[in-house]
Ligand binder design. Structure first.
Ligand code: AGP
Length: 616
């Protein structure tokens, strides 16, 4: 959840760290801090609050310079958001600094052991324990053969149970920065006479697009001129230099007021990116490069479990309907964190499919590792190239949606749905799906980018509706069949950025209890496209109206009758039933965005949240 960055080179590290932290802030923004070493001294600046409220003004008042430095932006796990709990944390001497992303599960036992050895602590964090532990190892032997900073880090992380992605510097070890990872992402950025460490390539893309993705148990020793990697686990260190797929401009907000609005507006292009090179009209199928499974192996799959979290879990629900409809393969959707620990039965030809925008979600990574541990193939649909899930999956499909910075996931969700339609067609065509039906889907997919552009033209209408309903305290989002998961997603978007209580349900479920909550103050967003469920969904809508609940309907263009039974209507272009989730989501994203704006919320950095949940 946190963001870390390190720099070593010839320039003043501080502005580079600060700019990198601003790019990492979507990973957590409870507090931020930097530490730099210069001429044998270590300077530390850290502050509660977002960078522009805390750390940036502090650095203006009390600037620090140095050519080696580390920085951190925090999403609090151990210890409340406070100056003292902000990173970087120092050891007893105040000459060694650590920034950390992850959770040290045995920190209390380590803290007690260090306390007995005479160490004192200034914070409530697990990270400070790690700083003291590294410092302790540095001082364990007489100074004549004191270990190097790298050896002390290796010894300290060997005592740790839990997850970490860390960067370490020391005034007593000038010109070197040490990084280590287990369970949290860590990337080396390779520059010209300068090098970087970061939890997310977004932070360093203005300086370099050459990176090395570190693996679990890797420890790296970095200088201005180079780096070494060793592996403390069973693998030998494998250093592979990769080229980032995106540049600094991609990760900028540009002309938009917020990243979320930019990413909503990018969706015609990102759906095109997801489709590019994958529509095979001649064979009436979809094609992929990285599934790493033969046609025979894919035909042999007799059950698919889709595991994911949050918005990606909603996409998984749509994926269930798609794959069962087009490929007739039984699918079960699991919350990743449930799948890991409930020991569900897996047959021989069951495979796991994980969905993740970041490719770093700890719950989802744990599910992938659990399936592989039990000897089952694990595929992944991921956005971030080179992410841990992408690298550990047996095969997969990239969304190519580009960096998604807004904490509320938008374009990645729609790209995941697009890829899931392609996958369902691919699997179906290896089985019983007729070419004619498959071609209908491929042509409907091809029409989506233009249809999404059409929906974006209704932004003004959606903004008006958002402002009309922004004062509501509770919302329902209802749909049936393919649009039921979209109702769940619409509710999550609204609650996570506007803090309004919102619930998504299958429209048919309301009469089994939740309809008791309907009253004139509780609006319902109703997904009621002209699909196979249309008549039944209309009947459910009538039940809401009969209890004077306000209704905002998302309906199919040309359906004028809906205006008689809804207070407000947003029209969607006609498409196949299976593709309505892709079109219906966009207005719900805009609706949540403009309500949050009307309520003065921080749309890109909503309270209590972070973009990539790398703790279980
Ligand atoms: C979505 O708006 C949320 N930010 C969150 O639910 C997110 O979808 C979830 O944490 C999963 O993230 P992932 O797709 O990167 O694995």
């Amino acid at each position: 959840m946190c963001g870390i960055i390190g720099y070593i080179g010839k320039k003043n590290a501080t502005p580079i760290l600060l700019e990198g932290l601003r790019r990492l802030e979507y990973r957590g923004y409870d507090s931020a801090g930097v530490a730099v070493t210069d001429a044998g001294a270590l300077s530390l600046r850290k502050k509660l609050g977002k960078i522009d409220e805390g750390l940036a003004p502090l650095l203006r008042e009390q600037p620090v310079t140095g050519q080696t430095g580390i920085g951190h932006t925090r999403w609090a796990t151990h210890g409340v958001p406070a100056d003292k709990n902000s990173h970087p944390h120092l050891d007893e001497t105040g000459r060694l600094a650590v920034v950390h992303n992850g959770v040290i599960e045995n920190y209390d036992a380590l803290k007690q052991k260090l306390t007995r050895a005479g160490y004192t602590f200034k914070s409530d964090t697990d990270t400070e324990v790690l700083a003291q532990l590294i410092g302790d190892y540095l001082r364990q032997k007489p100074s004549s053969d004191a270990p190097s900073l790298t050896r002390a880090v290796c010894a300290a992380v060997g005592d740790v149970i839990g997850t970490y992605g860390i960067a370490v510097i020391s005034a007593d070890h000038p010109g070197v920065m040490v990084g280590a990872r287990r369970g949290s992402p860590l990337i080396i950025g390779i520059g010209e006479h300068e090098n970087f460490l970061t939890s997310d390539a977004n932070a360093i893309v203005p300086h370099t697009q050459k990176v090395v993705y570190l693996n679990d148990y890797d420890v790296t020793t970095i200088t201005a001129s180079g780096f070494e990697v060793e592996n403390l686990g069973p693998e030998t260190a494998s250093v592979q230099i990769s080229q980032l797929e995106f540049d600094a401009a991609d990760a900028q907000r540009g002309r938009h007021a917020h990243f979320m609005l930019k990413e909503i507006n990018e969706q015609p292009q990102t759906v095109l990116n997801a489709l590019r090179g994958r529509l095979d009209f001649a064979a009436a199928t979809a094609k992929f490069g990285g599934l790493n499974m033969t046609a025979a192996e894919l035909r042999g799959v007799d059950r698919i479990i889709i595991a994911a979290s949050g918005t990606s879990w909603h996409a998984a629900l749509v994926g269930e309907y798609l794959i069962e409809e087009f490929a007739q393969i039984p699918v079960e959707v699991e919350y990743a964190h449930e799948f890991c620990y409930r020991n569900c039965p897996l047959e021989k030809n069951t495979i796991l499919l994980v969905l993740s925008q970041s490719g770093e979600t700890a719950d989802t990574l744990a599910a992938l590792r659990e399936a592989k541990r039990r000897g089952h193939r694990a595929l992944a649909i991921v956005n971030v190239v080179g992410s841990t899930i992408a690298r550990e999956a047996d095969g997969g499909i990239y969304m190519h949606a580009g960096p998604e910075i807004g904490v509320a996931s938008t374009k990645a969700f729609v790209s995941t749905l697009t890829v899931l339609v392609l996958l369902a067609v691919h699997l179906g065509r290896l089985r019983m799906l007729a070419a004619k039906r498959a071609l209908e889907v491929l042509h409907a997919l091809n029409a989506l980018p233009k249809q999404l552009e059409k929906i974006l033209e209704q932004t003004g209408l959606v903004q008006k509706l958002a402002e009309k309903y922004a004062g509501a305290k509770d919302f329902f989002f209802l749909g049936r069949g393919y649009t039921f998961p979209v109702a769940l997603e619409g509710a999550l978007k609204l609650k996570e950025i506007s803090y309004i209580h919102a619930e998504g349900y299958s429209a048919a479920e309301m009469k089994h209890g939740p309809i008791a909550l309907i009253d004139p103050e509780t609006p319902t967003v109703f997904l009621v496209p002209q699909d196979a469920m249309y008549e039944k969904t209309l009947a459910n809508l009538a039940m809401i109206r009969a209890r004077k609940g306000p209704v905002i309907a998302l309906a199919t263009a040309g359906d004028t009758g809906i205006q008689r039974v809804a207070d407000d209507v947003i029209y969607l272009p006609k498409t196949l039933e299976a593709l309505y989730p892709i079109l219906a989501t966009l207005p719900l994203q805009l609706f949540a965005y403009y309500i949050a704006l009307a309520r003065g919320c921080d749309v890109d950095k909503p309270r209590n949240l972070a973009k990539s949940v790398t703790v279980e």
